[in-house]
Structure formats: C-alpha cells, structure tokens
Design a protein around this ligand. Structure first.
Ligand code: DC
Length: 225
C-alpha cells in the first residue's frame, strides 16, 4: 500500500505545527514542516547575497540549494551543508523575506518535488499553504486550519519570546503576519486557499487537544490505528 498523507493548510499562527506534530505522534506518521523548506530557500538567498525581490535571481539560485532530508524523532529533519538550520530560519528577517521567495514558481516546483519524494520514508502529516490544493490534492485527509488574526498573532508573539527569537509587540507581529497572509493568498502560483473537500477547523476558541481530536475524528476509519 502506498504511504498515507494527512495534509494540513492554513495561515501563519493557526496552530498547524502543534496540531501536526501531535497528530503525527499519535498515529506514527512523520511530521513534515513544508514552510521550513521555503524558509531554508530564503535563508540561503540572504546568506549568499541574492536579492529576494529579484525573482529571476531567486529562481536561478533555488536550483543550487541542496537540502538533505532525514527521518528523525518522528519528523523529517532538514540539513544544509551537513547542519540543521535551527532557529536561524525563524527570525523576523526570514519572516519578511519568505513570502516573496515563496511566490517564485521555480522555488515552489523544487519544494513540491522534495515534499512528494518524502512519501518514501513512511506515512506523513504535512503542513503548509498548498499541501491540500497542489502538493497532495488527492489525499483523503485534508484540513484547513484557521483562527482569528488576533489569536494567531498572540500565539506567534508568545512563541517568539519563549524561544528568545525576538521581542516584538503583538501589534508588530500581527502586522507582519497579515502582510505575509496577503502575499501567500494572492500570489499567482498555488495561493493559500481552502481546498474543495478540505475540512475547515477554526481554532480560535479551541484548545490544542480539541483540534487534534477533530482532526483524528475526521480521518478515514482505518487510519486511526
Ligand atoms: O509556515 P511558515 O510561516 O513557516 O511558512 C514560511 C513561508 O513559506 C510563508 O510565507 C508561506 C510559505 N509557504 C508556502 O508558500 N507554501 C507552503 N506549503 C508552506 C509555506
């Protein structure tokens, strides 16, 4: 049997990572953070002096970035030049440049090919913006996770402070998040949108446990273990 894929899309801060990790752990599916691949592409552009507003330069450079994927501790881990990028891809600077980089078709094609290749490692729970619409549109388990802009900004801000990545005001985090949402949902190639047939879950008033339960309950019966 081909390996199974649970696909979860939604805007920044909707809780995709926490939910995907928990669902993956519960079912023994590997967690895949597709946004991290766009962040790696962005980070490598910046490290190598590539102007992220120059799509042709980004497209040419994206072909040269090598990302190694390894299944590790229940997730697909990424390595660049033998090292995990860690929080270097989570800075406000990367946040600001990732959306423009993710509009470039060649970057999307590259990341999509990497993601599709991961099914060789096992069953997957993949989170992102175009997983339900473009990368794995045929999965029978597709979800659109959302929450109010205030809830999403407040979660992101707490996370940044807790991890010591940044200390921005809730307003600044909200502005940056809305700016990214806009680019992500209006771009030409594979914009963020709810796929036909995906189950929408609004997590504004729900706990993490409740969202995980809702996802598990909606899976095909024989996937639930
Ligand atoms: O989920 P994230 O914030 O780590 O995503 C980083 C950027 O990559 C964000 O601008 C959206 C983009 N992205 C995308 O276009 N498609 C995906 N499948 C995942 C992320």
């Amino acid at each position: 049997m081909a390996n199974r894929v649970i696909a979860i899309d939604g805007p920044s801060g909707a809780g995709k990572s926490s939910v995907s990790r928990r669902v993956g752990k519960q079912l023994g599916f590997l967690h895949v953070d597709s946004g991290a691949l766009y962040r790696i592409m962005t980070w490598q552009c910046l490290e190598n002096g590539v102007d992220t507003s120059d799509s042709a330069a980004v497209a040419a450079f994206a072909k040269m970035v090598e990302v190694e994927c390894r299944p590790e501790d229940g997730a697909i881990a990424y390595y660049v030049n033998g090292e995990p990028p860690g929080d270097r891809i989570r800075t406000p600077q990367i946040n600001a440049h990732a959306s423009p980089v993710a509009t470039v078709k060649e970057v999307r094609d590259r990341v999509t090919a990497i993601l599709r290749g991961m099914t060789r490692y096992g069953d997957l729970v993949v989170e992102g913006r175009d997983i339900t619409t473009a990368v794995f549109p045929d999965s029978p388990a597709r979800f659109y996770l959302t929450a109010s802009a205030e809830a999403r900004a407040s979660r992101r801000q707490k996370e940044e402070v807790e991890k010591g990545i940044a200390n921005q005001s809730a307003e600044a985090v909200k502005a940056s998040l809305l700016a990214r949402d806009k680019i992500d949902s209006t771009r030409k190639h594979a914009p963020l949108r709810k796929a036909d047939g995906a189950l929408e879950i609004d997590s504004t008033e729900l706990t993490l446990d409740q969202v995980v339960e809702a996802v598990l309950a909606a899976l095909p019966a024989d996937w639930r273990g």
